[in-house]
Ligand binder design. Structure first.
Ligand code: NAD
Length: 498
């Protein structure tokens, strides 16, 4: 995957990727650049334009200039264009998958089969929803109330590196469908598919300025975009500390935000559960090397089945193959960046120092890293962890799970709810009444019963507590990107003071 750096193009996994911003349907360079490396082997993939205040200003200006035209474009035409962009994503699935895997190290087969088709679906779904968006008129003492969804203006979309194009399209779809124009700021550790997406959208006929992409660091490009007075909505997926910065910036101008943040989600396994299913659900949490916001990283297992659970878990998780994410038989790929690997390992070292025990893994995959130059962390399970310890309370965002036991349903719920997060919760039980009781008591944006990661775009998605602000999905997305308006019309002949 050796990069061939040209002035404005890098060839990544055999695919030419423009390294410049995309502003008002033009490629724009910056005086400064930043280097994007592959976590697979540490090679430099591309040197990209590094945006700052100037590029942010230009991109928001382009989005503002395009807004009146896009907002006035009939819904059917907006929907048609979104489907055309989705066609473009589908036509380039293989290239997008290869570039994304090179860039963020997630499994190539997952990108091919699941992620890229989902990215196209994100666009199609909201295009279709737009066409049935509405609310029945209703009357108040003969007056008609008519509800409409007016696009609010340029939307700033800030995304993380763990699922770059999937998360970008999950925001771009509803924002564009709603009639907003967009400035996308992709993560600096995996920015490449955003650039390819700009080409695809342009090729599909999206008018100039409707979609803009500004690359660069969060503290530079991101912060400059957040403070731009032309931005009318900010949708952000990322970490809690970054969300605090963005919220502070947005507060200056009271710009509405939608935040999808971190998690420390539990998997509750009751003794009445199908044990094989529960173990499968637990092992699944190593997907994407644990870099999944929704991951149920806290395994909470009823005490009387804990030994049996652990034995089967170690059998299965111990057999996971870690290695190059482009290989068909790899189960767990690399962590995104050397700095991230160090951070993950720091959590584990401190946990061990405070009494935790390693049941599986427990450190970087040193031989693999030495052999490849990549950043691989072994799938890890820690036991004997205290509820108030850092490893149980803080999001690691790596392949690190903890195991705790409980005796009663009450205790299970208390442990499950006992962090400052509330993104998701998964429970394994064979008793439907227990499933109802427990799920009603869990603090979480999504609860999965005997399943994991089943996500319908029509469903509300978001986090409770510090896991987020607001919900997106279906009509919730349109509520966020629009100024919802009620128009009240008097009946004919009505006299206000008659
Ligand atoms: P991050 O917060 O470090 O960065 C996310 C984005 O914010 C990047 O594009 C970054 O450049 C930008 N950014 C950073 N500082 C900024 C600033 N001051 N102003 C504006 N933008 C700024 O997060 P990350 O490390 O890229 O992603 C991992 C985090 O994302 C984890 O906490 C994970 O749980 C979360 N996440 C949440 C969801 C969800 O749906 N809830 C999904 C995926 C990831």
């Amino acid at each position: 995957m050796a990069p061939r750096a040209l002035a404005s193009t890098a060839t990544v996994a055999g695919v030419p990727v423009d390294t410049r911003h995309w502003i008002g349907a033009e490629r724009v360079a910056s005086p400064a650049t930043f280097t994007d490396r592959s976590p697979i082997d540490g090679t430099a993939l591309a040197s990209l334009a590094r945006g700052g205040a100037e590029e942010a200003k230009a991109a928001v200006a382009a989005a503002r200039a395009a807004f009146p035209g896009w907002a006035a474009t009939p819904p059917a035409e907006r929907a048609r264009l979104l489907h055309a962009v989705a066609d473009g994503v589908e036509a380039r699935t293989e290239e997008l998958a290869r570039v994304e895997t090179a860039d963020n190290g997630a499994l190539l087969r997952a990108h091919r089969r699941g992620v890229m088709p989902r990215a196209a679906h994100n666009l199609r779904f909201f295009a279709d929803w737009l066409l049935r968006l509405g609310h029945d008129d209703f009357t108040t003492r003969g007056h008609t109330n008519h509800v409409s969804w007016d696009p609010s203006g340029p939307a700033l979309l800030i995304t993380p590196w763990n699922a770059p194009l999937m998360l970008a399209t999950w925001k771009i779809g509803p924002a564009l469908a709603a009639g907003c124009t967009v400035v996308l700021k992709p993560a600096e550790w995996a920015p490449l598919t955003a650039s390819l997406f700009a080409d695809i959208a342009h090729g599909a006929g999206l008018p100039p300025g409707v979609l803009n992409v500004v690359q660069g660091y969060g503290a530079e490009a991101g912060a400059a975009l957040v403070s731009d007075p032309g931005v009318r909505r900010i949708s952000f997926t990322g970490s809690v500390p970054t969300a605090r910065h963005i919220a502070a910036g947005a507060a200056e101008r009271l710009v509405p935000v939608s935040f999808e943040l971190g998690g420390k989600s539990p998997l509750l396994v009751f003794a009445d559960a199908d044990l094989d299913l529960a173990v499968d659900l637990a092992v699944e949490q190593y997907d994407n090397a644990g870099q999944v916001c929704l991951a149920a990283t806290r395994l909470l297992v009823e005490e009387r089945i804990a030994d049996a659970f652990l034995e089967r878990f170690l059998d299965r998780a111990g057999a996971l193959r870690q290695g190059d994410p482009r290989e068909a038989d790899t189960d767990v790929g690399p962590s995104i960046h050397p700095r991230h690997l160090e951070r993950v390992d720091g959590f584990v070292r401190r946990a061990l120092a405070s009494g935790a025990r390693v049941a599986l893994g427990g450190g970087p995959h040193t031989e693999l890293n030495d052999a490849t130059g990549g950043t691989y962390y072994r799938p890890t399970l820690l036991t004997e962890v205290a509820q108030h310890s850092e490893i149980v309370q803080e999001e690691v965002f790596g392949p690190v799970l903890t195991l705790q036991t409980f005796r009663t349903e009450d205790e299970a719920v208390t442990l499950a709810n006992g962090t400052r997060f509330g993104l998701a919760a998964t429970l394994a039980t064979g008793d439907p009444a227990r499933a109802d009781r427990v799920s009603a008591r869990l603090t979480a944006g999504t609860v999965w019963v005997n399943c994991f990661y089943v996500r319908d775009l029509a469903a509300p998605f978001g986090g409770s507590r510090e896991s987020g602000i607001g919900r997106e999905g279906g009509a919730w997305s349109f509520d966020f990107y629009c100024d919802v308006k009620n128009t009240v019309t008097a009946p004919k002949g009505w006299q206000q003071h008659g």
